[in-house]
Design a binder for this molecule. Sequence first.
Ligand SMILES: Nc1ncnc2c1ncn2[C@@H]1O[C@H](COP(=O)(O)OP(=O)(O)O)[C@@H](O)[C@H]1O
Ligand SMILES: [Mg+2]
Length: 385
Amino acid sequence: MNETTEPPAVKLTGLTKSFGANRVVQPLDLEIRQGEFFSILGPSGCGKTTLMRMITGFETPTGGSVELDGKNVDAVSTKSRDLNMLFQSYALFPHLSVYENVAFELRVRRTAKREIDTRVREALELVRLGAFAERKPAELSGGQRQRVALARAVVGRPAVVLLDEPLGALDQKLRKEMQFELKRMQREVGITFIYVTHDQEEALTMSDRIAVMSEGRVLQVASPTEIYDEPASRFVATFIGSCNILDGVVDAQGTGVVVPGVGAVPALVPAGAVPGSGVALAIRPERMSMRAVGASATVDGVRATLVERAFLGDEWTFHVRLETGAVMTVSVPSGETAAELGSIADGAAVVLSWSAAAARVLPAEASATAPASAPATSALKGAAA
Ligand SMILES: Nc1ncnc2c1ncn2[C@@H]1O[C@H](COP(=O)(O)OP(=O)(O)O)[C@@H](O)[C@H]1O
Ligand SMILES: [Mg+2]
């Protein structure tokens, strides 16, 4: 097949789902490419699982359609769709060996014995459990059981594997290891993975592309770097990584931004911005710089007061309060500059600066769907209150 004419692995058109009067997936269009590691990222309850279940056919859409590899599957049962789903609760058969757990589906399908053996051994090699074929699930660690479940999901070589928060039950260290492992495995088998998570770091680590979801809507589909550097909305900016938001107004010339109570601040205003219109400026903490100043000195930058700092090993994080009362976060990689800043006393006057390119201008949408606007990193939780 010619690559340029290859149909998407999954194509959703106007797909929507209501439970009674409650519409949990809003009409949604999405294309997932062949061989892609595609993540669906959003807070708990935003409709991720419901969306996955409509792709698999476990759930009947209220409207819209699903295509797999260019073919409409609305009338095709789950069993006959060329996909497999890995759930968070990956129940293995406790009385069967690892080998038989992985072979189970192929046996049900009456695959030839020699073929089963080849495929099961390949799948176990893929998840690096070749030496564990004869063990029972109870004789494995949580991470190993997870790998068995993954081998079972890919052994039938489906075109698409859907993974719904599969690492949720693992501890933090194992999760991190498995993130890299999953990505490696996906590359090796070349199967399209659709990965559901509420963990932004997980999505950034593994994905070719990410769809950010909120309240049943897909807000942005882009690569991890685009999602981080060019968030399309306030919700995406604050949900992915930590981000300072300043509410402002486009100036009379339409070329700058004025923040009430602060004044003109650096920002790259898109051409055609309407003077006087409200905007939100999104500035990543690592793209802001800070220096100490005498309280009466004239300064080029935004005045603030240092409220609190935390040393995180690889970086320092500072909370500063603007004269408007807004609290912002500045992070500085460890080193001489950071050490110097770290010796500034709480309550001292500082000046913040950033380049125009660092301040992304976003529409000043109502922030009802955004998470609480605390820019705090976890180490400083509560400090911004
Ligand atoms: N079978 C169902 N009946 C009624 N409401 C449901 C059902 N399944 C999910 N929901 C509701 O749909 C919304 C989205 O749920 P879900 O898709 O599980 O979200 P997520 O996976 O993102 O956490 C939630 O408000 C949930 O309560
Ligand atoms: Mg879910």
